[in-house]
Design a protein around this ligand. Structure first.
Ligand code: MG
Length: 166
């Protein structure tokens, strides 16, 4: 088999109260937000969905299996470290990234001004070219939990291809 595909989905909930100077972390990039995200880790919903897509392509379970939120080692940890570890698994199994496509679903904040920074952050962490990483953002027109601004969701798809021996 020369290709593997994986899909990932994650949600994080906003804190109830607005907080001046609040910041959320998306793709390792700090983004100003009216509310913090509640999470055991840094709440990086985009990186969590991406890790799950990669683990799905490898058929190696999910992010909760590899990095349990009951484990104090992962409390407050940068999710980019988890992504680095998942990328090691990709390499160990002789796969490489063909491309990934990520869709953030949120009413706010607006992610469009941060898309390039997020792609570059992921490219650095994953050691791949940014043109293999697509980041998109959509609202749900005010519908559902994202529309009510209760949280942020992210969908991820990852395609892996066999490493070409050097
Ligand atoms: Mg998560």
């Amino acid at each position: 088999m020369q290709f593997r595909i994986g899909n990932g989905y994650d949600v994080h909930r906003f804190a109830d109260a607005e907080e001046s100077g609040a910041v959320i972390t998306i793709g390792g990039v700090a983004i100003a937000s009216k509310k913090r995200l509640l999470a055991h880790s840094d709440g990086d919903v985009l990186v969590h969905a991406l890790c799950d897509a990669l683990l799905g392509a490898l058929a190696l379970g999910d992010i909760g299996h590899h990095f349990p939120d009951t484990d104090p080692r992962y409390r407050g940890v940068s999710s980019l470290l988890l992504l680095q570890q998942v990328m090691m698994l990709v390499g160990e199994k002789a796969w490489e990234i063909a491309n990934v496509d990520l869709t953030l679903i949120a009413q706010e904040p607006r992610f469009a001004p941060h898309v390039l920074a997020i792609r570059n952050s992921l490219a650095t962490t994953m050691k791949i070219a940014a043109d293999r990483i697509s980041v998109k953002a959509t609202t749900t027109e005010g519908l559902g939990f994202t529309g009510r601004k209760e949280g942020i969701a992210c969908q991820a798809v990852a395609l892996l291809q066999r490493q070409v021996p050097a």
